[in-house]
Design a protein around this ligand. Structure first.
Ligand code: ADP
Length: 292
């Protein structure tokens, strides 16, 4: 373009067009970095639920801790824009994030476990940030490209409930993800939505690694009788009907609520309880995954 035409172009506000090659290069560089970072992670596992409040984040955290306790290198990534729970569940609110060159470093938690959460970027716990779909997708992509996890055996990704932009973008950005663990409670209200989550995975070719039935029965602390507050067995029945694996039941455990509220990973502190043993059993198929 000769200089006269270029001046004309700038006068008419066409600068955006001239920036296109730079933008393309930036996107290309980000894509390459993302692929390289993900190549260092052996298994990428999404944790999904149809409904909120069924214990998805609790399950994600405890699976990650259980894998780390087995000596694996684990990362947990929280991409729940509207209610990131991981900082609270692990008691790492407002950490001072460190950078290494262009990369952002995840926060070290227990031995073998690192953490990154959208919550680390929000001004405070009470902030409601309004994110449009493309902003969410752009931010997730940036996180996947910029966070330097290093070598990991497992990256556990915690999503908001449902089948929105977040799991869709991760499925597109990490096409070789191993699959999804789907968390439900046993009652029909949750199970109906979980069927949608399974259908979502099928449409996107995400393997369903299994269903976890959480809050499945409460052992009465007084008489030790099991009380099925949210019913029992619905998750297993549904998994059978939908032809997906069942990973097990986690009982209602008041210590889980206490541990979560105190920012302590339950399985780490109460390893001898029936609920912790149920988590340990649920991860066996994940531990048995063959290397890629
Ligand atoms: P979600 O991510 O599905 O919205 P959370 O993981 O935030 O759900 O859990 C919601 C609440 O339920 C938390 O207070 C958590 O401590 C509690 N909770 C989760 N699982 C159990 C369980 N098995 N027994 C008792 N409380 C549980």
């Amino acid at each position: 373009m000769d200089s006269e035409k270029r001046d004309d172009c700038e006068n008419q506000g066409c600068q955006g067009k001239r920036k296109a090659p730079d933008e393309k290069l930036k996107t290309f560089t980000e894509d390459i970095t993302l692929v390289n970072r993900m190549a260092q992670i052996k298994h990428k596992i999404m944790v999904l639920s149809g409904k909120g409040g069924v214990g998805k984040s609790t399950v994600a955290v405890n699976i990650a801790v259980a894998l780390a306790l087995e000596g694996k290198q684990v990362g947990i990534l929280d991409v729940d824009f509207h209610g990131p729970s991981i900082p609270t569940l692990l008691h790492i609110e407002n950490p001072s994030l460190k950078a290494e060159g262009d990369a952002l470093l995840p926060v070290d938690f227990i031995e073998g476990m690192k953490v990154m959460s959208i919550g680390f970027f929000l001004p405070n716990q009470d902030s409601a940030v309004i994110w449009r779909g493309p902003m969410k997708i752009g931010f997730i992509k940036q996180l996947l490209a910029e966070v330097k996890w290093g070598y990991l055996d497992y990256l556990i990704i915690d999503f908001p409930p449902g089948t929105g932009d977040e799991p869709l973008s991760v499925a597109q950005l990490i096409p070789d993800a191993d699959g999804a663990i789907i968390v439900t409670t046993p009652q029909d209200l949750s199970l109906i939505d979980v069927r949608k989550s399974i259908d979502f995975c099928r449409q996107l070719n995400i393997p369903v690694l299994g269903v976890i039935e959480n809050m499945s029965g409460l052992v009465c602390p007084h008489c030790e009788k099991v009380v099925d507050i949210f019913k029992r067995g619905g998750g297993e029945k549904m998994a059978g009907e939908m032809g997906v694996p069942f990973l097990g039941r986690i009982p209602i455990e008041p210590l889980i609520v206490e541990a979560s509220d105190n920012g302590k990973p339950f399985i780490y502190h109460y390893g001898k309880t029936p609920a912790a043993e149920a988590f340990a059993r649920a991860i066996q198929p994940i531990l048995g995954m063959t290397g890629k």
